[in-house]
Design a protein around this ligand. Structure first.
Ligand SMILES: [Zn+2]
Ligand SMILES: [Zn+2]
Length: 398
């Protein structure tokens, strides 16, 4: 069988492919969880310094920002990668599999870091742009809002980007092709804990108790009407009760029941509506049964909104380079979430997916113990970053 053809990449990036693959595998073998990315941050900072970047450390704890200024243009652009791994035990058995039991790069952030570093090296060697280039290596993308912590620590005061760009691999999409969705591209992700309080008692004497299990069951059923009856039919919303916790004996009516929810939306107005209706339903349904409900609603990641002008820019960069086939024609929003959304709330920009491959070649979904970043995609992703930076900070631009 013939080996598959290499994916498109800039020649100078291809020259360093072996080194890029080795670096990706080194990061993969040594995964670090959110806010613990010390060795990874050391590695990133050391490389950036070696190539002539001004390096700023400590934003968001373990975040690293490398800045390179070329020419006199006042323009600033930020490119972002993430560095954290997940608390999953790897099952791949590959030679570069995680050396740390219970931790692994199951979301490909090892690949993201390696691609941005390869671009960093190239951009510093060739200096074919005019302006300030900020390369952002953020901690804690996985549920711990590292991007928000970098912003809270003054990221935009130190590095006032006029646009920011992000990229994530996506298994199931053809390798090295790009999915770009202008507008809402990923959902907001909130959690909600509903504690239903009744009055515990003997299972044989329900008439002198207030049963929180029945009240909570009624809440679960009523919540099914939020998306079907309250959210406008053309809008997207998800309300999932992922956990129902109550009681531990057949003959005891417990004093309380707990529900844990995940809540998703693509628009702020829908997000507000979901929070409002969940709260109203929990309170009124509990009251019907003589119980009470406490609703603790936590807003976690906002929806990720790709700004139209910057989305069109990214689409143009891909098609000018790879032709129309570089872009996936039927790109669709996904209901996952991503904390790059915090950057895009403050700064216009665009977050794209690069295909990690299908089937046995990169098709295993992220967050699965058998997942691995597809090394064939590295040169294409690194070349994308180079094209984005050089086009955005084009010397010829007025
Ligand atoms: Zn992930
Ligand atoms: Zn990820």
């Amino acid at each position: 069988m013939n080996a598959p053809l290499p994916l498109p990449a800039l020649d100078e990036i291809r020259e360093h492919e072996n080194e890029m693959v080795a670096l990706r595998r080194q990061i993969h073998a040594n995964p670090e969880l959110a806010y613990e990315e010390h060795a990874t941050a050391d590695l990133v900072a050391e490389r950036l310094q070696r190539w002539g970047y001004e390096v700023h450390r400590g934003l968001g704890g373990t975040g690293v920002v490398g800045t390179l200024r070329v020419g006199n243009s006042p323009r600033h652009v930020g490119l972002r990668a993430d560095m954290d791994a997940l608390p999953i035990a790897e099952t791949s058995n590959k030679p570069w599999a995680s050396k740390v039991f219970g931790k692994m790069h199951a979301c490909g952030h090892d690949g993201h870091t390696a691609m941005l570093l390869a671009a960093a090296r190239h951009l510093a060697a060739t200096r074919r742009f005019d302006g300030h280039l900020h390369l952002v290596f953020q901690p804690a993308e996985e549920g711990q809002a590292g991007a928000k912590r970098m912003l809270d620590d003054g990221f935009l005061k130190l590095f006032p980007c006029e646009a920011m760009f992000g990229m994530h691999n996506m298994p199931g999409l053809p390798e090295g092709r790009f999915s770009i969705v202008p507008g809402p591209a990923l959902a907001s992700s909130d959690t909600c804990l509903i504690t239903v309080r009744g009055k515990g008692g003997h299972g044989a004497m329900p008439h002198v108790a207030v049963d929180p299990v029945v009240a909570a069951s009624s809440i679960v059923m009523a919540l099914q009407t939020v998306v079907s009856r309250n959210v406008p039919p053309l809008e997207m919303g998800v309300v999932t009760v992922g956990a129902f916790l109550a009681g531990d004996a057949p003959n005891v009516i417990p004093g309380e029941a707990k529900l844990r929810l995940t809540v998703r939306a693509y628009k702020p107005a829908v997000r507000d509506l979901l929070q409002q209706r969940i709260t109203e339903i929990a309170n009124t349904q509990a009251a019907v049964y003589g119980a009470s409900a406490e609703v603790e609603y936590q807003r976690r990641y906002p929806m990720l909104y790709n700004h139209p002008q910057q989305s069109a820019f990214c689409q143009r960069v891909v098609t000018d380079w790879l032709g129309a086939e570089g872009l996936l024609a039927n790109a669709e929003p996904v209901t996952g979430s991503e904390d790059f959304a915090f950057f895009l709330e403050q700064v216009p920009g665009c977050y794209v997916f690069i295909g990690n491959g299908v089937g046995s070649e990169g098709g295993c979904m992220v967050h699965n113990p058998g997942y691995d970043f597809n090394d064939r995609v590295l040169p294409t992703g690194a070349s994308y970053w180079v094209r984005i930076a050089e086009t955005y900070l084009d010397r010829q631009a007025t």
